[in-house]
Design a binder for this molecule. Sequence first.
Ligand code: 15L
Length: 269
Amino acid sequence: MTGPVLVTGAAGRIGTVLRGGLPERGWAVRSLDVVAVPEPRPGEEHLVADATDLAAMTGAARGASAVVHLAGISGESTWAAISHANIEGTYCALEAARQAGVPRVVLASSNHASGWTERPDDGLLREEDAPPRPDTYYGVSKVAMEALGSLYADRYGLDVVCLRIGSAFAEPTTTRQLSTWLSPSDTVALVDAALRAPSPGFRVVWGVSDNARRWWDLSAAEALGYRSTDDAEGYAAALVAAHGEPDLADPVHRRVGGEYTTADFDAEH
Ligand code: 15L
């Protein structure tokens, strides 16, 4: 590996996890965010720039070995905000990588790209059985992210790995997250695998821990080299005691996107 990994959205929730974990796996990090990252690590390069500024992004990408694009809005918002930050931002990340000659881009997609897809009657849900079915404008932006990644892989030969992340939090806080949790250390392991896999071309993989209650298939992520070492089940007793055993007929547990697919979710948008 030559050159640092440019991490956009580096001051955010997942960015902060990666800034801590990627160096331990041998990656030098060049952080970029609209705000200064708090307490840069020794050896960490850090830039303040907007990921929707193509010139700034191209300059930031020069000399990098890969781009990990996390910048954007991480939940539902207005169309104006989502289309600018998330769709324009993803275009800029890919176009900057192309112009700067960076061969690989890892994109933080989301389960909400296919939020309306339902739990299979049996077995695990594979990515190819979860086509674009966005549950929100946010989900639409993740469908666009995957489509832009596909375009840049096919047209320009970039390696583009899209991670359909579940619930990347310090710990699960709802019974849905007993299925969808992606632990901090598994977040690092998944991004490391996406950075390291030899010539992946274009891939879309689920990003979850090996949770006992998961129903999203991990074989595509494991084919990249991902090995989860966490399971949300250790939190199950407390969450079930507080909220009750999940009703799998409830849309929150039946659909990939959970709460985002319910009628009263963020209705003001
Ligand atoms: C996401 O994509 C969001 O960024 C995060 O805030 C959660 O809502 C997560 O999905 C989830 O589905 O739990």
